[in-house]
Design a protein around this ligand. Structure first.
Ligand SMILES: NC(=O)c1ccc[n+]([C@@H]2O[C@H](COP(=O)([O-])OP(=O)(O)OC[C@H]3O[C@@H](n4cnc5c(N)ncnc54)[C@H](O)[C@@H]3O)[C@@H](O)[C@H]2O)c1
Ligand SMILES: [Zn+2]
Length: 401
């Protein structure tokens, strides 16, 4: 039973409009001469790579761009990125883009430093020491990968997402510029935004740090709920409640984009110390089999997992309902807590997240195996406030079918 908690972050966070203009200064402080930029072709076309390139070349950095990033990146994409990086021999790596590209940058910096294959690092604490300096510039407001300790890849052979988890994966610098998210299409805005909401809700309702089910002497990056993360997660929930609909409908609204960029980073700081829970565990097999977006899968599953967790987290659900703008005056605790689920369901519908697993092409006969695969992801499931069995997970999936 842990009695202390720690809090880890990116080494430095630079957040605000035009933050990317500070990249040259960041690279100089880190003494970077050769920088490997990991991104994708959509962001090259959107002109976002040029926005990052200019302040760096002005300071004389030598740059190489890998633009083969893909959504929910496969281990194969990671291998391609690593082999281009090996030829270039950078002294630092910059992840530019969605969670997918930042995660590719993380695993690339790891393998370029310590050798081997991405698969060698799957799991917790497999990275033996510090990695090449990593700078992350998110172009979606969602994953929090710019501050997190995770790199998530897709294992195509086994149809499941796999996670590399280590505090060495936290970027040295996170440069969060909401202007970089303005070109995000509505679907990407919605999916990544509800991913951030899932991070905040799973962190705020997680098992308490003092009850974290881990034996003495065992380490975990995720440590359960603690007060610093609560402060970050609750702020993130209210920012998302106030800004996500607007960011999806009116992508050019800079206030909404700024609110979401801040929310995603705050939620990232919270979940990357507390942990994510049953929603994420269930999304791994669902996403692995259907190739739905991570955020879309989470958004679909979130209210169903909330309903399962409600009996043990009523007070927190009442808080979430309020943070999402619900008037709960005069309601008893049960009814007020249920308002949190209704608010999430309404938000999910308003921004066009799929409502049922069958809408993603899932078949009923797949549900048991999804539940079994999710049950195997112990490091996530132990964060859930209510202990879960395979049958519980199957029940949640059936409700969501
Ligand atoms: N490392 C972590 O802590 C962590 C946490 C949560 C999720 N993830 C992972 O992150 C991935 C999801 O990332 P995501 O939600 O950011 O989206 P995504 O990676 O699915 O990106 C979706 C698409 O949006 C495009 N795009 C991104 N920004 C754009 C912009 N500004 N303008 C135009 N197009 C843009 C990308 O090119 C991509 O094609 C998943 O693989 C998930 O498992 C990682
Ligand atoms: Zn997530």
């Amino acid at each position: 039973m842990p009695e202390t908690w720690t809090f880890h972050s990116a080494g430095q966070i630079i957040l605000g409009r035009n933050a990317v203009l500070r990249l040259g200064e960041v690279a100089e402080q880190l003494n970077i001469k050769r920088l490997f930029i990991v991104t994708d072709s959509i962001l090259v076309q959107a002109g976002l790579v040029d926005r990052v390139r200019t302040p760096l070349t002005e300071r004389g950095m030598v740059l190489e761009v890998f633009d083969g990033g893909e959504a929910e990146p496969s281990l194969r994409a990671a291998e391609a990125c690593i082999s281009q990086g090996r030829r270039f021999q950078p002294d630092a790596v910059l992840g530019l883009g969605s969670g997918s590209n930042m995660d590719l940058a993380k695993i690339t910096a790891t393998v370029l430093t310590h050798g081997g294959h991405p698969r060698d690092y799957v799991g917790e604490f497999k990275i033996p020491g510090p990695i090449l300096p990593l700078v992350c510039v998110p172009t979606t407001a969602g994953t929090g990968s710019e501050v997190s300790a995770a790199s998530v890849l897709t294992d195509m052979d086994n149809e499941i997402k796999v996670g590399v988890l280590s505090n060495y994966l936290r970027p040295r610098v996170a440069v969060v510029d909401p202007l970089m998210t303005v070109s995000c299409p509505p679907k990407v805005t919605a999916d990544s935004g509800i991913d951030a909401l899932t991070h905040a809700i799973e962190a705020f309702t997680a098992v308490d740090n003092v009850d974290f089910p881990i034996s003495a002497g065992t380490r975990s990056v995720y440590q359960g709920r603690q007060p610093l993360a609560d402060a970050l997660a609750t702020k993130a929930i209210s920012l998302i409640g106030g800004n996500l609909r607007q960011a999806v409908r009116h992508g050019e609204d800079l206030e909404a984009r700024a609110g979401m960029a801040l929310a995603a980073t705050l939620a990232g700081l919270a979940f990357s110390n507390v942990g994510v829970a049953a929603v994420h565990a269930l999304e791994y097999p669902v996403g692995g089999a259907t190739h739905c977006s991570h955020g879309g899968g989470n958004g679909l599953l979130l209210p169903f997992v909330m309903r399962f967790n409600l009996p043990v987290r009523k007070a927190e659900f009442v808080t979430i309902a309020r943070l999402l703008g619900q008037d709960v005056t005069g309601l008893d605790e049960q009814a007020a807590a249920e308002r949190a689920i209704q608010a999430v369901e309404r938000l999910r519908t308003d921004i066009g997240i799929p409502l049922r697993l069958r809408d993603l092409g899932v078949r009923q006969d797949q549900l048991r195996s999804f539940a079994e695969k999710a049950f195997a992801i112990k490091r996530i499931l132990r964060v859930n406030p209510r202990p879960v069995t395979v049958a519980d997970l199957e029940g949640i999936l059936r409700a969501a079918f």
